[in-house]
Ligand binder design. Structure first.
Ligand code: BG6
Length: 255
């Protein structure tokens, strides 16, 4: 599109693709740090990217967050996906219900005319409680579905902000930051080289599983998030990065 061309966003997208090896990089104009509506543009972009390859029968795992919350909103009502199952990729954060993975899974399924399964496992449980809850047959079934996901769509956050949002103790937050964490995704914390430096106890998809997933779509923007996006891309290069101009420009500046 014209705005895209005018702003040289194609050029920036190619640079990011080359640098990190993602198959596709899609950049929406604007910066979601200063304009919240840019998140809805990213949501629309992610939704149309998903539609471009989604097959009936696919299992789609999603995470939460304010950016991911825009993905179902950007999806028109569709038919022909009744055998798609949408599921939360990880246990709950205890955040506002609108931005929880379970809510996003249900909303996305509704738009697709698909089915959904909810994951009722809170984050940060002690090892015993986690063990006992994840051995429940109904929970086990959902966890095995997640492990077989064909598509994963997820957000990326800044380490400190996410550690606070996830309600970690101040001492733990200090430790995570001391270990150099700059990014968070799926409850994993990464340093600027893309090394995992801390993991929260949570059930569901592990970042290790990403390499076996057919399509991984990362959705994150805002100039402030660029170091976090960079760190995650160093850990795993997704099939597609859906981002905004603010983050994209900063990303190539960081190189
Ligand atoms: C969370 C995801 O819910 O959203 C995280 O589980 C991600 O992995 C975060 O980092 C991003 O949130 P937001 O609101 O910045 O899109």
């Amino acid at each position: 599109n014209f705005v895209y061309f005018l702003k040289g966003l194609n050029f920036i997208a190619d640079r990011i693709k080359e640098k990190f090896g993602c198959e596709d990089v899609l950049i929406t104009p604007g910066d979601s740090d200063v304009d919240e509506t840019v998140k809805s543009l990213m949501g629309k972009e992610a939704a149309s990217y998903l539609r471009s390859f989604l097959k009936n029968g696919d299992i789609v795992a999603v995470t939460g967050g304010t950016t991911m919350a825009q993905v179902p909103k950007g999806m028109p009502r569709l038919e022909g996906y009744e055998d798609v199952v949408v599921v939360a990729a990880r246990g709950g954060l205890g955040e506002k219900v609108e931005i929880q993975a379970n809510t996003i899974a249900a909303e996305l399924a509704e738009r697709l005319g698909a089915r959904y399964r909810l994951l009722y496992v809170p984050d940060n449980l002690g090892p015993e409680a986690m063990e006992s809850i994840t051995s429940e047959p109904r929970i086990k079934e959902v966890l095995s579905l997640i492990k077989r996901a064909d598509v994963v769509i997820h957000g990326i956050g800044r380490a400190e902000e996410m550690a606070r949002r996830r309600g970690l103790d101040e001492s733990v937050i200090k430790k995570i930051l001391k270990n150099g964490a700059v990014a968070e995704a799926f409850g994993y914390y990464f340093d600027s080289e893309g090394r995992v430096v801390f993991t929260t106890t949570s059930a569901g998809l592990s970042v290790n599983d990403l390499k076996n997933v057919r399509k991984v779509i990362s959705v994150a923007g805002g100039a402030k998030k660029a170091p976090a996006i960079r760190a995650f891309l160093k850990y795993h290069c997704p099939t597609a990065l859906i981002t905004d101009e603010g983050a994209a420009r900063k990303l190539i500046e960081l190189e």
